[in-house]
Ligand binder design. Structure first.
Ligand SMILES: [Zn+2]
Length: 323
């Protein structure tokens, strides 16, 4: 079998292999079933896309190079494989990937890519075919997908050497507990790169939970955190000694103690403002000593801690990836 294919650094195309088979594969759906097309691009899973060479040449310099090789137009010559009389170019992408890729090439609404596996593959493919504009579109899609799937987005970014997006995904992953780091995409990156993500998360967890034993971020909040007790019945001395003596309702100290392990697992300021914690900050009722209602706006303290968490995590060095 002779092979007059084109080989680039990352692409092998076999456009003119002598083949005894004809019309192998099924035709793609609209608009890639156009009878007026002048070439067939065939996916690795044997779907045939009838396309116009001029469109592909404009969209991708790699396609332009591929198609600059004379294509056989007559199967009876035995010079190459045809599909319905059109020359066939085999590519290594599957039909799903190719459909997105060719759809973007055509003068029609650009496809919206939401599935993380598609984003990862299409980013790789857009680089392979030197389709810079498509790559920029895909990066925008990936940026939007970070919030819903930071671990998957991290994989897609790392796989494609996109350091900035990988960092954004790592930061967003702090809103997940380490135990929720599930993504079918993880098998596509080396354990070393996954470990970078985990170690960053752990470092942020330590920085965030450490705040619960520190007092530098405290600030007086009249009804719940004071440097001199308004009432000795409902304001309790800080159980942890510090340079400033603080007094607060007992539930505040309990809250501080309880959120530490949570911040270790999930170093995110919002994690400690959920209903799981905040209801416990209320409901002391009326103090028998001063008679004041101690159903207090303790959310303010939660927000103070939440802000401190954000600042502490910000100081943790961002993941360093080797591309
Ligand atoms: Zn009181």
């Amino acid at each position: 079998m002779s092979n007059t294919g084109v080989t680039t650094s990352s692409l092998t195309v076999i456009p003119t292999s002598i083949s005894t088979s004809k019309n192998e594969g099924t035709i793609a759906r609209t608009p890639f079933d156009d009878p007026g097309a002048d070439i067939v691009i065939r996916s690795c899973d044997k779907t045939c896309f009838r396309v116009f060479m001029a469109v592909l040449r404009l969209a991708s310099p790699i396609f332009a190079d591929m198609l600059s090789i004379p294509q056989p137009v007559d199967a009876s010559s035995g010079a190459g494989e045809t599909y319905d009389g059109l020359p066939v170019v085999d590519v290594s992408e599957d039909a799903r990937t190719l459909y997105y890729l060719l759809q973007w090439c055509y003068p029609m609404t650009s496809p919206t890519v939401t599935q993380m596996s598609d984003l990862r593959l299409l980013l790789l493919t857009s680089r392979k075919y030197a389709m810079d504009m498509f790559r920029e579109d895909l990066q925008s899609h990936l940026r939007l997908a970070i919030s819903s799937d930071p671990v998957g987005a991290y994989v897609a970014a790392v796989s494609n050497g996109l350091e900035d997006l990988a960092t954004q995904a790592a930061v967003r992953s702090l809103q997940l507990s380490l135990t929720d780091f599930h993504s079918p995409e993880l098998r596509h990156i080396p354990a070393e790169d996954y470990n970078v993500l985990v170690q960053y998360h752990v470092a942020c967890g330590i920085a965030a939970s450490d705040l619960t034993s520190k007092r530098f971020w405290f600030a007086p909040i009249p009804d719940i955190l004071q440097t001199s007790p308004a009432c000795n019945e409902c304001f309790i001395l800080d159980p942890r000694p510090s340079s400033v003596t603080w007094y607060a309702p007992r539930v505040l100290w309990a809250y501080l103690q309880r959120v530490g392990p949570t911040l270790m697992r999930q170093p995110d300021g919002d994690a400690i403002l959920t209903n799981e914690f905040l209801p416990d900050l209320h409901g002391q009722g009326r103090c028998p000593g001063c008679g004041k209602d101690r159903t207090l706006p303790l959310n303010d303290f939660g927000k103070l801690l939440s802000t401190a968490v954000g600042l502490a995590v910000e100081k943790v060095p961002k993941p360093v990836l080797k591309f």
